[in-house]
Design a protein around this ligand. Structure first.
Ligand code: ADP
Ligand code: MG
Ligand code: ZN
Length: 559
């Protein structure tokens, strides 16, 4: 018997809802009636938060301060556009509301009626750029690895806390910082940690939020976020996936162009006293419009790369902090087994393991949970081969990079090997940097040849160590650059012997390849040691590199 009474409760509640909604909707006087011109004036002053365009020829306006009003609807397409341009959220109603939506809408209205915060119902509010403003509760200690990026952020903490002090000393700080690197490497995390550490607001938007159907909306959203940050007395503005607006201007996309221009204007417009730091994230730096990367804009570029073995251990430790790991789980071992995993994948691995363990409920995360999670993350990842190495790629890459580095050391005293890596990076596979020394007044034939030999060092190592069959396509970029130099030597600088440009270029190119092979064969011991160390550590700094060189080929140092 009791049960039946309870079953009636939802029905009664439902009726109450519909009833109250009806009452609510009939209470027209809750909306002050204003003229079209008053509405547009208020929109221009930025007072209107949302406009709901109804079927009844009226527009309902929700003001920032909680007031409500109704104005006539001119029923013209341009009208919606002009509201959007003025930063008003526009919802067109009545044309496609289904029964479900209607019911939900009624419930929301009931909520409003009962005095809920009018702004909360996300269902009738199109999310505008999803700007978040709370102070994040993340700190630098939540970021493992990425030390270079963290150090850079550290400098900014003081600035965010006390911009006035920096203004007083006339110090100029980086305006915009571009974080670039593969997905899941901690770019968002870094930006949040900066705001968290400084205790300032975090304004986060996604580049794709700016790309709208209506021309001009993106631009106004850019201005909006800067205005909000200024109003909040400063903070961190984070533009994720900036590629969406910042791609090179090729396609003549008006909307993107306008948005980008608005961003550039805002970036050059704010002063240090505003206490605003703008961070942006992208997977690829080279696809961005150069205007974005120029001085005074995003002029500080920080690579946020995949973690190497030591860094993976640190990341695993951060995420194991709050988890009951059994004693048989060895994070060192796990770090060694997860080559090319991103921080996000490592986090998700431990999380999966925790879920499995929690379901079993024995109190600890066991090694077998970790193993199961490892497979799950591998299968679920984009590059499902992360962590596996069926073709011995790691070894080939190690030799390839070691080949470049060794020859650079032997042949180009003006250049230093500062960092070596065999982890995939977004700038291509190259794990070393060879900057062609353009600063010198001129280059000799010998210098040019040495540069070419160094460029061919990767391919030469593949060939020498693994044989012709194992040459890889990874050397394509090196070969292109070498060929370009050979061509200019033959054509522009008359450095060939035969006078036939084609033939001279080919001869120079072949010479470089041959000499690279010869030198690597002569220094095979050094090459092996370097490659071994690289396979083990995945990355190497300049100091370690020099130590290996001193040990393995002390006499050949060309200083
Ligand atoms: P991105 O923005 O580069 O795509 P995220 O910052 O969104 O990457 O990373 C997703 C999650 O992965 C983070 O919230 C964090 O849990 C984990 N993570 C990524 N990198 C690190 C790191 N360096 N240290 C600790 N955790 C990390
Ligand atoms: Mg991110
Ligand atoms: Zn190479």
């Amino acid at each position: 018997m009791k049960k039946r009474i309870w079953m009636a409760v939802p029905v009664v509640a439902m009726m109450a809802v519909l009833c109250l909604t009806g009452i609510y909707q009939s209470r027209q006087h809750a909306f002050a009636q204003i003229s079209f011109n008053d509405m547009m004036a208020a929109a221009e002053r930025g007072e209107i938060d949302e406009a709901v365009i109804g079927k009844n020829g009226r527009v309902r306006l929700y003001f920032e301060d909680g007031k409500r009003a109704e104005a006539p609807n001119p029923n013209h397409d341009e009208f919606v556009l002009s509201l959007l341009k003025l930063d008003v959220n526009v919802t067109e109603k009545g044309t496609r509301a289904t029964v479900g939506e209607g019911l939900i809408f009624s419930l929301i209205l009931l909520g409003v009626f009962l005095g809920w915060r009018q702004k909360s119902p996300g269902l009738i509010r199109p999310e505008k750029g999803s700007v978040q403003t709370a102070v994040p509760d993340l700190r630098f200690c939540d970021v493992a690895a990425n030390q270079e990026a963290v150090d850079c952020m550290r400098e900014l903490v003081h600035f965010l806390k006390e911009p006035e002090r920096f203004v007083k000393y006339g110090a100029r700080l980086p305006r915009g910082i571009m974080l670039y690197g593969p997905p899941g490497t901690g770019k968002t995390l870094l930006a949040k940690a900066l705001a968290g550490e400084a205790g300032t607001s975090f304004f986060s938007v996604n580049g794709s939020d700016f790309v709208q159907v209506y021309v001009g909306v993106g631009a106004s959203r850019v201005r909006d976020i800067f205005r909000k940050a200024r109003k909040a007395g400063g903070g961190v503005i984070f533009i994720d996936e900036i590629d969406a607006i910042g791609k090179r201007r090729d396609s003549g996309n008006d909307e993107r162009e306008q948005t980008l221009n608005a961003l550039l204007t805002e970036m050059s417009g704010f002063s240090p006293a505003d206490g605003i730091v703008v961070l942006a994230a992208t997977n690829r730096l080279d696809t961005l419009d150069e205007a974005l990367l120029r001085a005074g804009r995003f002029d500080r570029h920080i690579e946020v790369g995949l973690p190497d073995q030591a860094e993976r251990l640190k990341i695993l430790e951060v995420h194991a902090r709050n988890k009951p790991m059994a004693e048989d789980v060895c994070l060192v071992h796990l770090a060694a087994e997860t080559t090319a995993f991103s921080g996000a994948q490592l986090e998700s691995l431990l999380n999966e393991a925790a879920i499995t363990a929690a379901q079993r409920g024995e109190g600890h995360i066991l090694q077998k949970d970790v193993e199961a999670a490892y497979l799950k993350v591998l299968v679920g990842s984009e590059k499902s081969r992360a962590g596996e190495d069926p073709y011995g790629e790691k070894k080939i890459t190690a030799y390839h990079e070691a080949g470049h580095a060794l020859l650079m050391h032997l042949l180009l005293p003006g250049q230093k090997v500062t960092r070596l890596s065999i982890l995939p990076s977004t700038r291509g596979a190259a794990g070393y940097t060879l900057s062609l020394p353009e600063e010198t007044l001129f280059q000799t034939r010998k210098q040019l040849m040495h540069t070419m030999i160094t460029l061919m060092g990767g391919r030469a190592a593949e060939k020498t160590v693994f044989g012709e069959d194992m040459m890889t396509t990874g050397a394509a970029g090196d070969i292109r650059r070498t060929r370009a130099i050979a061509r200019r030597m033959a054509e522009e600088w008359e450095m060939g012997v035969s006078g036939d440009v084609q033939r001279d270029a080919k001869a120079l190119f072949d010479e470089a390849g041959q000499r690279a092979e010869d030198m690597l064969k002569a220094n095979r011991n050094a090459l092996d040691e370097l490659a071994q160390a690289l396979m083990l550590q995945e990355t190497m700094d300049g100091k370690t590199f020099l130590q290996i060189m001193e040990k393995t080929c002390p006499d050949t140092i060309n200083a």
